[in-house]
Design a protein around this ligand. Sequence first.
Ligand code: GRF
Length: 202
Amino acid sequence: YRIAIFASGEGSNFQALAERANAGELGGAEIALLVCDKPSAPVVQRAERLGVQAHLFKPKDYDSREAYEREIVHKLEEHRVDLVVLAGYMRLLTPVIVDKYRGRLINIHPSLLPAFPGKDAIGQALAYGVKVSGVTVHFVDEGMDTGPIIAQKALPIVSGETVDSLAQAIHAIERELYPQVVSWFAKGLVQLDGRQVTVSNP
Ligand code: GRF
């Protein structure tokens, strides 16, 4: 079972997934490649350290978002990728990838969707004053963080919480939840029917 991870930044989720895969703890899945849109992103160094091929695709090198994504799809096909995992990939995908990988394309988001989609979900949740937030793993559709939900984990917001302390707590949950969900996929346990997602015997 072959996975591509798309990331633009730090790469802590990438690292958690790659470490589990290297330890044989990802349901037998292998991280075939990293797709990155930012040459200077720390995730690129992490890939090198973890022995994962990094492929850089710079949007500026292409005439359109579609042309850019067609090039990425070629690379995914070359690597016979079964599942595309977005992990801090900071671009909205077009139908070129979304249609081709529908049901095989997932994202992780640092809030309990549908609350606080989009950028800075952690800051948005704190500013709103919610007392519970968390993490969502969901299928990707054409919208911004709108696809069918696969798994969520909630987290109480304590008094005196700051963006930094909440971000730390959220990232700790992400590092456990994302590998767990990816291993469900590798084991063929996830079914999608309309918006309903079923996970059999996780
Ligand atoms: C994570 O908080 C994830 O939920 C969001 O982007 C962040 C990526 O962090 N989509 P990292 O690059 O994996 O460290």
